[in-house]
Ligand binder design. Structure first.
Ligand code: SF4
Length: 225
């Protein structure tokens, strides 16, 4: 990756972007620095592969800015992040590119962000559950931080025992990678995501039955784009 020499300290305020497709603001990181818990299936099928082939010239410098903003997050005044934003701010996403919980250092950053924005639900699909030590601390953070909505990202390369482990901890799942599946390997009927199955763009901002459901565990099925 080309690294730009940028003397300006980037902040989350600068790099956060509105993502029309899901109807919410998103924060991103580069995949190289953050996707440390990825599967082989991620390598082959991540939707970012296609984007990078088409828009590498724009994505590479944005990755550098995003990583700089994330690195600076602990030292950034996040309060007021959503002031003067015209679009909805009740829900936002970490990340639409990259991983929120790459290392232990990210725990404090996510906590700082969430505590500074108590009126926002932060949606975090993550593969950090694949690192059991890190995942232990993510779960502890979740207990202390009521505005996190953490789902385990799962794909067809994950094993039966991994599905069972996630079920045993009552973890909601976001599954992607096999459009023919309607039932999870652990027996639950999957919730068919309205955005990807019915092309309801922007629906994530108001979706009740899927990723933001808190009343009970859900296994969300995303259809391939
Ligand atoms: S289930 Fe709902 S919140 Fe989750 S991706 Fe689909 S539309 Fe968005």
């Amino acid at each position: 990756m080309n690294v730009i020499n940028n003397l300006t300290m980037e902040t989350i305020h600068d790099t956060m972007r509105w993502t029309k497709d899901i109807g919410m603001f998103t924060i991103d990181r580069s995949r190289e620095t953050s996707c440390l818990h990825k599967t082989t299936f991620c390598d082959d099928t991540c939707f970012n592969n296609k984007l990078e082939r088409a828009f590498a010239h724009a994505i590479e410098p944005k990755d550098v800015r995003n990583d700089q903003a994330w690195d600076n997050l602990n030292h950034t005044k996040v309060k007021g992040l959503f002031n003067r934003k015209r679009n909805q701010t009740q829900r936002a996403r970490l990340m639409s590119r990259g991983e929120a919980f790459a290392t232990f250092d990210d725990l404090r950053k996510v906590q700082h962000l969430a505590n500074s924005t108590p009126n926002t639900e932060w949606w975090i699909p993550t593969r950090a559950w694949r690192d059991e030590t890190l995942w232990h601390d993510v779960r502890a953070l979740e207990v202390m931080t009521p505005n996190l909505r953490i789902l385990a990202s799962v794909d067809p390369s994950n094993t039966q025992s991994e599905w069972e482990r996630l079920k045993a901890e009552e973890r909601s799942i976001m599954f992607f990678g096999d459009d023919s599946m309607t039932t999870a390997p652990t027996g639950e009927r999957m919730f068919m995501c309205p955005k990807t199955h019915k092309d309801m763009h922007g629906h994530c901002s108001i979706c009740k039955g899927g990723c933001f459901r808190t009343s009970k565990r859900v296994v969300v099925h995303l259809k391939e784009h």
